[in-house]
Design a protein around this ligand. Structure first.
Ligand code: 6V0
Length: 314
């Protein structure tokens, strides 16, 4: 029987929230933790193992090294520097590019032939760096993209409309960052377009609220960072969801950061668009006929990614 093995590179807050979600959901059979701080992975693996009595399935969890990548189904990269005061976003870009390249260099020494999921920020650009530096098939590499932002949007709309976020079918697209946007023309509450819902006199969400909700989703991470320095549970659960889609060969539609191969009129860039995710990685990018304004937003977001990629030494 095929083994479901996941390697997490970067056992910090995001990596461990992801690992914790997988232990609680029984997502995989084998879970390996790698970090430059070896001691940290030893402690984290022990701590997680102590919860196994209460987990839904048997799992093998341990602190490992890059040799463990050879027969892994998934490597999830959550390693990286986070922005410190006085540092620009571009500083972070260069720092994390170096980290991604060093991690990929280690992975390439192994016979790894699975799927790589990248979460390190700026995630769309780091996904491109991992692809370029690895030379692996583009469909086997994806970033967490706007899976977290999409979940935030669904939560926000669900709260306002009084329905579960699971019944909100709406997507945040573009950069996981300031140039992201909501494809409102495809947003549904159940089977009802949000535009139709918002046009009702007694609706709890009005047209004028939509821009407000979009801004709130775009900026909510800053609020969390103000309150507790960083965000990790939401992204941990989003990563576990992507992992499940791959391991269970689900063909689920998720807003991961995917390579655009002449889709939406672009090439040579990773950006979040609805994509079909299964055991082959990104099986297909769904090309939505976006409204004119939405297409301009996507083009602008892609332009920002390309400008930043051009500054990098990959
Ligand atoms: P953290 O808690 O500082 O953890 C980072 C970990 O990476 C630490 O344990 C480091 O030791 C480790 N690390 C650093 N360099 C290496 C290396 N070369 N090899 C192996 N391990 C290394 O940070 P946190 O977990 O909060 O964030 C990690 C990354 O996720 C950052 O880039 C964040 O910006 C990013 N996030 C991405 C999100 C998304 O939606 N994609 C959301 C939140 C954070």
């Amino acid at each position: 029987m095929k083994k479901n093995k996941v390697v997490v590179v970067g056992a910090g807050m995001v990596g461990m929230s992801y690992a914790y979600s997988m232990v609680n959901q029984g997502t995989c059979e084998e879970l390996v933790l790698i970090d430059i701080d070896k001691n940290r992975t030893v402690g984290e693996a022990l701590d997680l193992n102590h919860g196994l009595s209460y987990a839904p399935r048997k799992m093998k969890i341990y602190s490992g090294d890059y040799n463990d990548c050879s027969d892994a189904n998934i490597i999830c990269i959550t390693a990286g520097a986070t922005q410190v005061p006085g540092e620009t976003r571009l500083d972070l870009l260069h720092k994390n590019t170096k980290i991604m390249k060093s991690i990929v260099g280690e992975i390439k020494k192994t016979s790894f032939d699975g799927i790589i999921i990248v979460a390190s920020n700026p995630v769309d650009i780091m996904t491109y760096v991992v692809w370029k530096a690895s030379g692996y098939d583009k469909s086997k590499i994806m970033g967490s993209g706007t899976t977290l932002d999409t979940a935030r949007l669904r939560f926000s709309l669900g709260e306002r409309l009084g329905v579960t976020p699971k019944s909100i079918h709406a997507y945040v697209m573009g950069e996981h960052g300031d140039s992201q946007f909501v494809a409102w023309s495809y947003a549904l509450m159940g089977v009802q377009p949000i535009y139709q819902v918002a046009s009702k006199k007694d609706s709890k969400v009005k047209f004028e609220d939509l821009e407000l909700i979009e801004d709130e989703v775009r900026n909510i991470a800053y609020k969390i960072i103000d309150c507790k320095n960083s965000t990790y549970y939401g992204i941990g659960m989003a990563l576990a969801r992507i992992t499940q889609a791959v391991l269970e060969n689900e063909s689920s539609i998720l807003t991961v950061s995917s390579y655009l191969d002449n889709k939406y009129g672009h090439n040579d860039v990773f950006i979040a668009v609805p994509s079909v995710v299964n055991e082959t990685g990104v099986r297909e990018v769904i090309e939505l006929p976006l409204e004119k304004e939405e297409k301009v937003k996507l083009d602008d977001s892609i332009e920002i990614m390309k400008e930043n990629i051009a500054k990098l030494d990959i």
